[in-house]
Design a protein around this ligand. Sequence first.
Ligand SMILES: [Zn+2]
Ligand SMILES: [Zn+2]
Length: 335
Amino acid sequence: MKAYRMLQWKQPAELVDIPVPEPGSGMVRLKVAGNGICASDLHLMHEWTESPSHLKIELPMTIGHEVGGWVDKLGAGVSGFEPGQPVVVTLAGCGHCRYCAQGWNNYCLNKGKQVGMGLDGGLAEYVVAPAGALVPVSSMDPAEAAPLTDAGLSSYHAVKRVASLLAGGTTVAVIGVGGLGHLAIQELKAITPARVIAYDLNERSLELAREVGADVCLKSEEPLMEPMSVEAVLDFVGAGATIAQASKMIRPLGHIVVVGRGPGAFEFKHNAMPYGAILSTTFGGSKLELMELIGLAESGYIKPHITRFSLDDVGKAYEMLEKGEIQGRGVIIPS
Ligand SMILES: [Zn+2]
Ligand SMILES: [Zn+2]
């Protein structure tokens, strides 16, 4: 089968032929319907010179960690899934630590290799995933559901973190309307009555923000919202400058969630933000949140905007991602 594999650090991956993998004990083989492409893959290919210790990446490795597909073959000891069943792949926690016991598999401290980050990923015709990482999909096309596992879930987790602050008459700002931000706007509209303000530098991204329901769309260099005017900020850029912008908008007792990993720093000290305001970072989201999100998408509240590419065009797709030329999320369809 064709697979897009990293052969060496600091080199783009290459499309190569490898055997179809067999699922080991506790694992499930999926026929890949689609794999969303993520900026983390650009860091993985272009910047990392070795594996982060917790991921234990050994090359060569097939990349791609936003996977939707159909169950193809169950490994030994796996039950509860049927061949042909549509599923998506989420982060696998250890299942026995305090975080996992609370349902926060995304914050598990013992999580090891993940699909596309240690284990072979979804930019291939078939992928093998831990059974515990699979989440069933009902009516959605699993290729369209694939971006919900990462772009969708990371944004939904951030939305859930601030949702209790967003009663009627409140305002939330979304900074950066890319793969994550355009979903965050829809998620906010689906589960809160708050007014949503979207910020982006790019006019086309602001058009997308308008299309998916933002109440106010502002170019990032336009004058800021009134100081202390929003209950929550979701920062999908996460640069020093955007966190500083968020710190001026946020109200006392508000919450700024920084999801993006942009450059630069923000100096946190007394008077950097109004009293009682919280600044936090997040990683991914929980398995239960992914189930909720798929439910919202299948009920029509959320629609991921995707641009489809064939597996042969995967290199071009990453180039476009790097240049910011993909609206919404790029999804590779292997066959
Ligand atoms: Zn990602
Ligand atoms: Zn755990």
